[in-house]
Design a binder for this molecule. Structure first.
Ligand code: NAI
Length: 257
């Protein structure tokens, strides 16, 4: 479907090689945007970029590295002024407070929160003097309601929600034409969830039991599909959401209701 909601937009999508980021890249191109797939998995980003055609480029990027961000901005400028940053890169390593070590906690905060901080900081600098823009941060329902196995992940995603609000308020105060929003996905069937399925299988559960376990906590009794959060990101990137900033939008089958 090509309706051109994003015609003329140039987006950097972190985590663009996989899952929600990859689905977002596909939807963005369908809607007329140019995209830079920025991911630590450079080969996967390159392959998807090739599939998406002339509207897509790729770059190897570690979201925690400011130099990589500067290179991603330069890459996007080959299309035109940057209008959109989607911060989708993320990691999830489950483990209770008694199981998780400090190194894992720090790594989670580094990728999931510091990486989004850099995306916002560099995004605002790139967009404030241009034709305006939109930053979309991918947090999680686990940034609102936690679970015993997610001290690091929930801390990082709760941080993303409030970081988003602060950046949104700053941009409006400064009269920058930049909106900043968060989406809160529930369980979405991507490689991140596949890793949980594999771990469940190793501990004796069947694949269906693990999937049913995820599905059962969502009122809609199913996992989400990557294109479902991607469609919300399209809305937030488009001018259709022109009065929306500092918001957290659940894409969660009713989980937070
Ligand atoms: P995914 O594992 O399919 O994709 C994550 C991508 O991030 C991968 O391509 C990975 O290479 C990339 N990445 C990881 N560390 C990176 C780094 N340091 N620099 C650059 N890229 C890096 O997972 P999914 O599900 O697409 O996750 C996307 C976002 O959605 C994440 O922030 C995740 O926490 C969030 N999320 C996912 C949910 C789910 O159920 N799948 C639920 C709620 C939030």
């Amino acid at each position: 479907m090509q309706s051109g909601q994003l015609a003329g937009k140039t987006a950097i999508i972190t985590g663009g090689a996989s899952g929600i980021g990859a689905a977002t890249a596909k939807r963005f191109v369908e809607e007329g945007a140019s995209v830079v797939l920025a991911d630590i998995q450079a080969e996967k980003a390159e392959a998807l970029s090739r599939d998406l055609g002339a509207s897509a480029k790729w770059i190897g990027l570690d979201v925690t590295d400011p130099d990589d961000w500067a290179a991603a901005i330069d890459k996007a400028l080959e299309f035109g002024p940057v209008t959109t940053i989607v911060n989708s890169a993320g990691i999830s390593v489950p483990g209770s407070i008694e199981e998780i070590d400090l190194a894992t906690f720090k790594a989670t905060i580094s990728v999931n929160l510091e990486g989004v901080f850099l995306g916002c900081k560099i995004g605002v600098a790139a967009m404030r003097d241009g034709k305006g823009g939109s930053i979309i941060n991918v947090a999680s329902t686990l940034g609102v309601k936690s679970g015993a196995l997610f001290p690091a992940y929930s801390a990082s995603k709760g941080g993303v929600r409030l970081l988003t609000r602060s950046v949104a308020l700053h941009c409006t105060e400064q009269k920058y034409d930049i909106r900043v929003n968060t989406i809160l996905p529930g369980a979405i069937h991507t490689e991140m969830v596949d890793a949980y399925i594999a771990a469940g299988e190793q501990s004796g559960q069947t694949r269906d039991q693990v999937i049913d376990g995820f599905a059962s906590v969502h009122p809609m009794k199913r996992l989400g599909r990557p294109e479902e959060p991607a469609n919300a990101i399209v809305f937030l990137a488009s001018d259709n959401s022109s009065f929306t900033t500092g918001a957290d939008i659940p894409i969660d089958g009713g989980y937070l209701a």
